[in-house]
Design a protein. Structure first.
Length: 256
């Protein structure tokens, strides 16, 4: 353990098998979380993240699930309560992207992206909020994106889903204040396998994409975004709700 910013808190991270989710689950454990439930569509990936946390001296439990499944979302919260007794922090991080402009996006692809990214956040939040309301405490952090506020080519369904995440974050913040805080963190380009696949394709393409950041000339590392989520989840952010913490490395801030 390297800190105590989440001392004694029970945390859930969806999409915890890789990228930002794995980094956030690890950082939560490093900063004193009493337990971290690592949820992911891949049972193997969820187990790998949990095992790494345990090997480093933390406490974690894997949970394989599809966040867009209503019963699975409820089972996740039941599992967390059974193992740890409560739910203090939820990080809705699971998401997916399928490239395509509107005219070339199938209804199946559109529905799948929204099911995982926004419906998944709704279902898991709904189940967690029922526990947090009983406790009269809790914090929810949603992974949004700078794609919620800026345009990029051929990602229609992803942009729509992240715009919805941003709007839902602010709506939940209003409904559940003051006992439960709801915020989101909005990365730009992050060096994850998923981002390389969608935006890079090749090593040369990925290098060009990183160069497009006019401030840092690189992508963020997942751990850098995880520290933003850590702040929002911690009591240090006790007077912060409905906020979108933009961690895009300046992407989208240049007029020309």
């Amino acid at each position: 353990m390297t800190g105590s910013r989440l001392a004694g808190k029970v945390c859930i991270v969806t999409g915890a098998g890789s990228g930002i989710g794995a980094a956030t689950a690890t950082v939560f454990a490093q900063h004193g979380a009493r337990g971290v439930v690592c949820a992911d569509l891949s049972a193997e990936a969820a187990r790998a993240t949990a095992d790494a946390i345990i090997a480093a001296g933390g406490n974690a439990s894997p949970f394989a699930m599809d966040v867009s499944d209503e019963k699975a979302a409820e089972a996740l919260i039941e599992h967390t309560r059974a193992v740890y007794g409560r739910v203090d922090v939820l990080h809705n991080n699971a998401a997916m992207a399928i490239p395509g402009s509107v005219h070339e996006t199938s209804l199946e692809d559109w529905n799948r992206v929204l099911a995982v990214t926004i419906t998944g956040a709704f279902l898991v939040s709904r189940a967690a909020l029922r526990v947090m309301l009983e406790q009269r405490s809790g914090a929810i952090v949603n992974t949004c994106s700078n794609h919620a506020t800026v345009a990029s080519p051929r990602l229609a369904s992803y942009h729509a889903s992240k715009g919805a995440i941003r709007a839902l974050t602010r709506q939940m913040a209003l409904d559940y204040a003051p006992d439960i805080r709801v915020n989101c963190v909005s990365p730009g380009l992050v060096d994850t396998p998923a981002a390389r696949g969608v935006r890079g394709g090749t090593d040369a393409g990925w290098a060009r994409k990183q160069e497009s950041n006019r401030y840092f000339k690189r992508a963020a590392q997942p751990q850098e975004i995880a520290y933003g989520a850590l702040f929002l989840a911690s009591d240090e952010a006790s007077f912060l709700t409905g906020h979108d913490l933009v961690m895009s490395g300046g992407q989208g801030e240049v007029a020309f």
